[in-house]
Design a protein around this ligand. Structure first.
Ligand SMILES: NC(=O)c1ccc[n+]([C@@H]2O[C@H](COP(=O)([O-])OP(=O)(O)OC[C@H]3O[C@@H](n4cnc5c(N)ncnc54)[C@H](OP(=O)(O)O)[C@@H]3O)[C@@H](O)[C@H]2O)c1
Length: 316
């Protein structure tokens, strides 16, 4: 199958291009930059340069495509890139370009918790993008994943770096809000399954892993995976909001923005723990068992050869 992937240079995108290409699909991936294009080629796809906010750049990506997987989103507004412009309008324009190219199958990445509420502009743009997919007349599937973990992820890699760099680890409020991390490898498997199974068209799926974990337990899991233990500092939400606002003004890439904090403070963001098994017939990876990539040596192990330190003795 010829599959066009937007957001192909991102965290999910690179894993997905690799998975689809290894499965024998002909994959074209969109990126705005030469570095993104290089990453797509390294994953086994063909790179097409383009920008969803410039619809005229989209036809070369979709030329001859049977299906589209739309992953582009931004988690922070920056410069002229707004949630509405990139997520809602960008989705409408990719849908339009897919229709014009005759690609009927459309798998769309939304997010767990997408809601039509102006108090959460990111989640509202996600909701409106879903609505555009529903209205499009294409054979659309909407996937709403919870927070994703895996090599190259954003959140857990950042938490691991913060643990290594800081003497204490801040926890938002009581840290009891629950999330349901899902492995990126399970998401790529689900996307491939959606492309193969026409029965998934016209449906939306909430996707979470088998474990509902509190924010504090998530931090403890990252500490155990990295081997770096730090005392936890419970920061009251009002103080955290002040800190987030301060960091937004003073840092180019703050660890958390006021908008992200508001989303976390909405409370639990979870779904059925057996939804993936019921819908797609396999057990997703357990959270703690999937964090090996955060170990200092990653999950890659060490090169084959004598055990470290054995060389001198062996030679004696
Ligand atoms: N990661 C998670 O935990 C998570 C959880 C729930 C849902 N999701 C959803 O899953 C999807 C993929 O997430 P991700 O974590 O892989 O995101 P990501 O790493 O931030 O990648 C997004 C990609 O979108 C591309 N992009 C941004 N603006 C663009 C524009 N104007 N035109 C064209 N491309 C643009 C960027 O590519 P270039 O810079 O190369 O152009 C970037 O590589 C998103 O829809 C996200 O909302 C992710």
């Amino acid at each position: 199958m010829r599959v066009a992937v937007t957001g192909a240079s991102g965290f999910v995108g690179q894993h997905l291009v690799r998975h689809l290409a290894a499965g024998g699909h002909d994959v074209a991936g969109l990126s705005r930059t030469p570095e993104g294009s290089a990453a797509i080629r390294a994953a086994g796809g063909r790179a097409v340069q383009g920008d969803v906010t410039r619809p005229a750049t989209l036809p070369p990506l979709l030329d001859g495509a049977d299906a589209v997987v739309h992953l582009v989103a931004i988690i922070r507004e920056r410069g002229g890139a707004t949630f509405d412009g990139v997520i809602r309008q960008g989705t409408e324009d990719v849908l339009g370009a897919a229709r014009a190219a005759g690609a009927r199958r459309f798998v769309h990445a939304s997010a767990l918790g997408a809601v039509d509420d102006a108090g959460y502009p990111y989640l509202q743009a996600k909701w409106r993008a879903e609505e555009a997919v529903r209205r499009s007349g294409l054979d659309g599937t909407v996937l709403r994943p919870s927070i994703l973990f895996g090599e190259g992820d954003h959140v857990f890699t950042l938490l691991a770096a913060m643990l290594r760099a800081q003497p204490v680890m801040p926890v938002i409020g009581d840290g009891r809000m629950r999330l349901q991390p899902l492995s990126v490898h399970d998401v790529t498997r689900i996307v491939a399954r959606c492309l193969e199974d026409p029965g998934t068209a016209g449906r939306a799926y909430e996707l979470g892993g088998p474990d509902q974990v509190s924010y504090e337990d998530m931090l403890r899991a990252v500490m155990d995976a990295t081997g770096v233990q730090r005392p936890l500092w419970h920061v009251p939400p009002a103080l955290m909001a002040l800190l987030a606002r301060g960091m937004e003004w003073t840092m180019r890439d703050p660890p958390i923005t006021p908008g992200e904090l508001r989303i976390l403070l909405r409370g639990d963001n979870v779904t059925d723990t057996d939804g993936v098994r019921r819908a797609f017939g396999f057990e997703p990876a357990r959270f703690r068992e999937g964090l090996g990539y955060l170990r200092p040596d990653g999950a890659r192990g060490t090169p084959l050869g004598p055990p470290r330190g054995a060389g001198a003795r062996g030679a004696a």
